[in-house]
Design a protein around this ligand. Sequence first.
Ligand code: GRF
Length: 200
Amino acid sequence: MKRLAVLISGRGSNLQALLDAAAAGRLRGEIALVLSNVATAPGLERARLAAGVAVATCESAGRSRQDHERAVQEQLRQQRIDVICLAGYMRVLSPGFLVEFGGPVLNVHPSLLPAFRGRDAQRQAWDHGVKVTGATVHLVDAELDGGPILLQEAVPVLDSDSPEDLAARILGAEHRLYPAAVNLVLGGYRVSGRRVLVTN
Ligand code: GRF
């Protein structure tokens, strides 16, 4: 089984969706490591409750990007990680980090990319007045929220929605998509231009 690391900074609900899928035998890989750049991230508790998952903190505050990334790479090496899943990880990984790791790095984003990149994507969509938004899981490359798209799910914006209602509905889509996207990557894929094609 391929070994996954899930990188978080906060709540960890997407981490939970991945842990639940693994516990139910619905994930093609094994979650070997949960790593946070914030020692107080509530999501770390979810990882501690899961069997067989190593938990690590590599603080990023007050450290250079280089020092932080070196510490993360060391953890990834120790745990022989094949695939990284970013799940609310609030640090941009440098191109050098991605090259050094070498394996696939996935990220979940709360919009239908390429619309509404960056922070507060749910709020951006609500403010813009779109009628449909959604969630995306994509491969990470050097461009922020810009890598090839693995899976997307559309989410309607209702007239009665507050930004919080909308964010909650999008989060449900994220939780469905992320385990499926991990399975897609572990099952075999190739990238042709910007398009991700399933090869199995
Ligand atoms: C999610 O909305 C994800 O799309 C974004 O950060 C949020 C993390 O939520 N990148 P959680 O920590 O997984 O609950």
